[in-house]
Design a protein around this ligand. Structure first.
Ligand code: HEC
Length: 444
């Protein structure tokens, strides 16, 4: 964390609240896309391998589907950067701020995973570029596809692993060892959940982007449409079926201190939405024409939203103690800077004889003259007491005490510390230069 802590500060309670919202938003932008990219690329590679012998009449459709899937995963250069890489950078900062100065050591592992993911997205892009219908060299194409799937799986595992570790404060101390950090069933279930949600996303993505997207409706021959529809719906259905099981295992391997009633409620809500998607997909499979593309896609994004909220909640629960530490640290910092500001307010501003004279003429002179008794004593008679005792005079004017029984008590004048110091310097004929920094005077 050392490198990281350099450009982070301890967030206070409001900042922490803001980070919670930022986290959910960033996860919602990033995770559905990333899952879909992983799902589409894996499925595309699988179809591509099955489509080995292009002369066989029954399979060329699969090669085409493999290519169309990559058009969803990496449609252009902008989408992977916007939805893949940039949110990852933001996540790194959000988590870094949230876990500022904690003993967890995975903030260095996280960027490593991000680099692997970047390589994976690049490989996916090149895989798409070398593929049907333009691809000539099949070996290169398949190698790129495998590299893409492999690096994407490894990269997302590392990133998910370093994040899942946050919710286990009792093991933060052992996160120095990346291998031990990443070997945990909690991480494995979470990553499997992610990959499976990616397959569900890829399946729903086919239904949505191929058939239901109002933006482009490609002219499709019915045979291809049927294959695409069935592959999409069947894949999404399998994903949707497996997700509750994986989610359950993830939940039971999550440290109990990260769980709460709210987390369980969110899990149940996700389960209900998954069930609705399942029913819709069943109807899609049963019907001869594709439908519900948009609806299933949106509902699946809702599931991602719920899992994002879930992640945020477990992190809040698990980092309660750490957050309390951060808040008290921020409060201490605030108190310290307030103190410094106050000190600055008196010391940095110049004690000024002209100001002192002005204060004397406007405030003190109503009760004091130099050589005459007014309400208070003539100052010529009392000031010699204070010769060489600048600090004493300052504190007397600040809060006057009873002195001479012949006089009524002097009320505390309504002037600030700088004005008091200035008038005291003026009365004692003190050189302000010797007084900066709050030091005491030493005679005339
Ligand atoms: C409302 C009237 C009033 C004002 C305004 C006032 N004083 Fe006084 N001052 C008094 C009185 C009355 C005493 C005598 C108090 C006593 O002996 O207990 C006194 C006493 C003093 C003494 C003598 C303290 C001692 O040790 O015997 C000093 C010095 C002094 N004033 C300075 C100031 C200065 C400087 C200001 C302006 C910032 C000021 N006063 C404003 C009424 C006033």
């Amino acid at each position: 964390m050392e490198f990281f802590n350099q450009f982070m500060i301890a967030p206070d309670a409001q900042h922490l609240l803001l980070l919670r919202y930022l986290l959910v938003i960033t996860l919602l932008i990033h995770v559905p896309y990333m899952a879909m990219a992983v799902g589409c690329t894996s499925l595309s590679l699988a179809l591509n391998l099955v489509d080995r012998d292009r002369k066989v009449k029954t399979t060329p459709m699969l090669g085409r589907l493999a290519y169309d899937l990559m058009r969803i995963a990496v449609p252009n250069r902008v989408v992977p950067v916007l939805f893949g890489m940039l949110p990852l950078a933001a996540l790194w900062m959000i988590y870094g701020q949230w876990l500022y100065q904690s003993s967890v050591n995975t903030m260095n592992l996280f960027p490593a995973g991000v680099f692997v993911i970047a390589a994976g997205l690049l490989a996916a892009f090149m895989y798409k570029g070398t593929m049907y219908p333009g691809g000539q060299n099949r070996i290169v194409n398949l190698a790129l596809g495998m590299a893409a799937v492999g690096t994407l799986i490894v990269g997302t595992y590392i990133v998910i692993g370093s994040v899942v570790r946050f919710q286990d404060p009792e093991r933060w101390h052992m996160t120095h060892d990346p291998i031990r950090t990443l070997t945990s069933f909690n991480i494995i279930w979470k990553h499997l959940f992610f990959v499976m949600s990616g397959f569900a996303m890829a399946g729903c993505g086919i239904l949505y982007f191929f058939f239901d997207s109002s933006r482009r409706k490609p002219v499709m021959d019915p045979a291809y449409m049927k294959i695409a529809k069935n592959v999409g719906a069947a894949l999404a259905m399998k994903g949707v079926l497996v997700l509750p099981v994986l989610g359950f295992f993830y939940m039971v391997t999550t440290p109990i201190l990260a769980m709460s009633t709210e987390v369980y409620s969110v899990a149940i809500a996700a389960l209900i939405v998954l069930f609705i998607i399942f029913v819709l997909l069943y109807l899609v499979l049963a019907s001869p024409t594709p439908r519900f593309g948009r609806l299933t896609f949106i509902l699946l994004v809702v599931v991602f939203l719920l899992t994002g909220v879930w992640d945020q909640m477990t992190l809040v629960n698990a980092t309660k103690e750490h957050s309390a530490m951060l808040v008290s640290r921020a409060e201490a910092r605030e108190a310290k800077s307030k103190l410094e500001r106050e000190k600055l307010g008196t010391d940095a501003l110049k004690i000024d004889l002209a100001l002192g004279e002005n204060v004397f003429n406007t405030v003190c002179s109503t009760c004091h003259k130099m050589d005459e008794r007014v309400v208070g004593p003539p100052l010529n008679t009392v000031l010699p007491k204070y010769a060489g005792k600048y600090d004493e005079l300052v504190s007397y004017i600040q809060s006057p005490s009873k002195k001479d029984p012949e006089y009524p008590p002097m009320p505390a004048p309504s002037v600030n510390l700088l004005e008091i110091k200035s008038v005291a310097a003026f009365l004692l004929g003190q050189d302000p230069g010797t007084l900066q920094g709050g030091g005491g005077g030493s005679g005339h």
